[in-house]
Design a protein around this ligand. Structure first.
Ligand SMILES: Nc1ncnc2c1ncn2[C@@H]1O[C@H](COP(=O)(O)OP(=O)(O)OP(=O)(O)O)[C@@H](O)[C@H]1O
Ligand SMILES: [Mg+2]
Length: 592
């Protein structure tokens, strides 16, 4: 802005200086001319007076010219004009500055020649007699102008006139300089007056351009500048409003996007990622910040997904497909792609919405597997019962001992069938959370000893050393007594089933930071490491043949896990194959 005021000043001052110089030169020239013409007319008048004085006397008749010399001397002022009397032939008769006898013939002098031909003459030139530049004015002598007897010439030192002209010029320049000085001051004041509001408006406009929408012009200016200031203020206010609305919308959008479970990616025309929400990181393993601005291919997205995006760009069609991703974890994503179009119908970008349907697919798979597993598990005892019943009907029942043996097998198999169906029903009830927990406070150590009692027969038959917590120890716990009995019976029963004879099983219960940790440890056959993650699955058994022989259904740990979780607890297993296993249940002390 300073540059604008500077420029304005330079323009005003330059124009003023040019005008003043031109006016000064014109006036000076005019004054020059006027002064010289005044001087020359004054000299002409004087020469006419001298000429009249000579004509009226008879001084010319004096052969010595002394009288003429005396007369002209009377007219000449000391230090003033020089008077010279010359004959028509150019002979100098008298002169107030030099001796006429020593002076050369003056017939060739321009002013004299002019006067002789026209009555008067004028010239400015260098005087050989005086050795300086002079102004000469000449006037004829004699009554008959057509036949003059001589010429009266009056001259003045040009330097004297020049001095006057110079002092006139100095005065003129001083006047002009004063005017210019005043112009400079006025120019500074005026330009400041003009540029100050513009400066402020520019500053505010600049601030608005730098997103400071709250800044306003505070000057009070009239006319166009005032209108401009008002317009800028109006523009700033409306921009501020619009920006606030945009910010609010952005916040709403960000809030929605951020809290969405589905992953969203927006890809622009340049195939670069313009927007991504936080859920994307879970699906694709890259955070929004890592993805933003990158090409969708180089952003490490799934190859199939990238291909779908490209297809959506080329066809402009909506696409829905299931995509399998393996990083950061294996997932099945329901992928929806939709183009967003420009006014002219061109594809401007693509919106990708990802839903994780792994759980749905897993459930579907589990359901079909469950049906297959249940049928398979039911088939074995049913086939067995059917087989033995058929054999009996075919005549084996006649043999009393065979009849008894077969009936015992049928009873055992139907019992297994009964347990299996009960377990399945139990599990489905627990899974659907249809089993309400009857929570009471009880002593966990007492429960362990009751379970020990119940399993005593199996313990004795396998000669197992079952070490239970000290009966004097009291561990208060809030939970469903019967359901927790089911949990620990299952765990201790498993330990008994999968520990060879004369093995040791130890149950330890301890209280830690408001939680109770119960460990069931055995030195039995253990579980191979690769199977550890699966033993809590329904129907999962490490050694299917042996487990089935021992009457196992593979549902026990599944039920245990669900019951522990419905008590807001969790269960872990550690095991070394051939050395033993440790099942650790952690339960909160109270359920509230
Ligand atoms: N303490 C243990 N030591 C070694 N293997 C075990 C132990 N506990 C469980 N397992 C393994 O985990 C599998 C699943 O156990 P789970 O209790 O669910 O089924 P199960 O004992 O076979 O049948 P049931 O449903 O009658 O309990 C077992 O088949 C067994 O292979
Ligand atoms: Mg079991």
């Amino acid at each position: 802005m300073q540059r604008f005021s500077f420029k304005l000043n330079v323009i005003i001052i330059t124009i003023s200086a040019i005008i003043l110089t031109m006016v000064g030169i014109y006036v000076g020239r005019l004054m020059d001319k006027d002064y010289i013409s005044t001087i020359s007319s004054h000299l002409t008048r004087e020469s006419a007076v001298v000429s009249a004085a000579i004509n009226s006397t008879n001084v010319l008749k004096d052969p010595t010219n002394q009288k003429l010399q005396d007369l002209v001397n009377q007219f000449a002022k000391p230090g003033g004009e020089r008077i010279t009397i010359v004959t028509a032939k150019g002979v100098v008769l008298a002169d107030t500055e030099a001796d006429p006898k020593t002076m050369e013939n003056h017939s060739d002098r321009p002013e004299i020649r002019e006067a002789l031909s026209g009555g008067s003459g004028y010239s400015i030139r260098f005087s050989k007699t005086i050795g300086k530049e002079m102004i000469y004015v000449a006037h004829v002598l004699g009554k008959n102008k057509k036949n003059p007897i001589g010429v009266v010439r009056i001259s003045l030192l040009a330097s004297q006139i020049n001095q006057n002209i110079h002092s006139m010029w100095y005065t003129l320049i001083a006047g002009m300089a004063s005017i210019l000085f005043i112009t400079v001051i006025v120019s500074f004041l005026v330009s400041r007056q003009i540029t100050r509001p513009i400066e402020e408006i520019t500053m505010v406009a600049d601030q608005i351009a730098h997103k400071k929408y709250q800044s306003r012009v505070h000057i009070r200016a009239e006319g166009e500048v005032g209108q401009l200031a008002n317009s800028i203020n109006y523009m700033a206010a409306s921009l501020e409003l619009q920006m606030n609305a945009i910010k609010e919308n952005e916040q709403k959008l960000a809030g929605v996007l951020h809290n969405m479970v589905s992953g969203i990616i927006l890809i622009g025309q340049s195939r670069r990622i313009l927007l991504a929400n936080s859920a994307i990181e879970v699906f694709l393993g890259y955070s929004e910040v890592e993805l933003l601005g990158k090409l969708h291919i180089e952003a490490g997205m799934n190859f199939v997904l990238s291909q779908l995006i490209d297809r959506c760009f080329t066809t402009g069609d909506k696409i829905r497909e299931e995509v399998h991703v393996y990083y950061p974890s294996e997932r099945i994503l329901d992928t929806n792609l939709a183009p967003y179009l420009t006014e002219h119908g061109e594809v401007k970008g693509v919106v990708v919405v990802l839903h994780d349907i792994s759980a749905i697919r897993r459930l579907e798979k589990m359901r079909s597997e469950f049906v297959a597993n249940v049928s398979h598990e039911l088939k074995t005892p049913v086939t067995s019962i059917k087989g033995f019943a058929e054999t009996l009907l075919d005549g084996a029942m006649e043999d009393k001992e065979l009849l008894r043996n077969f009936l015992e097998i049928i009873y055992k198999e139907s019992d297994r069938l009964h347990r299996l169906i009960n377990d399945i029903l139990d599990l489905s009830k627990i899974e659907q959370k249809r089993v309400p927990l009857h929570t009471i406070k009880f002593n966990l150590v007492e429960l362990m000893h009751r379970i020990g009692q119940n399993l005593q027969e199996k313990v004795h038959s396998k000669k197992i050393d079952l070490i239970l917590p000290n009966p004097d120890q009291r561990i208060e716990l809030e939970g469903d007594h019967d359901r927790l009995q089911q949990v620990f019976t299952n765990l201790i029963d498993n330990a008994l089933s999968y520990t060879p004879e004369k093995g040791t099983i130890q149950v330890v219960a301890e209280e830690k930071d408001g939680e109770i940790q119960i460990s069931v440890m055995d030195n039995g056959i253990g579980i191979p490491e690769k199977e550890l993650g699966r033993i809590f699955e329904r129907f999962y058994r490490v050694d299917k043949g042996r487990s089935r022989n021992s009457g196992g259904t593979g549902l026990g740990l599944s039920i245990v896990k669900h019951l522990v979780e419905s008590h807001h607890g969790h269960i872990h297993v550690e095991s070394i194959e051939g050395k033993g296993s440790c099942f650790r249940v952690i339960l909160p002390k109270s359920q509230t």
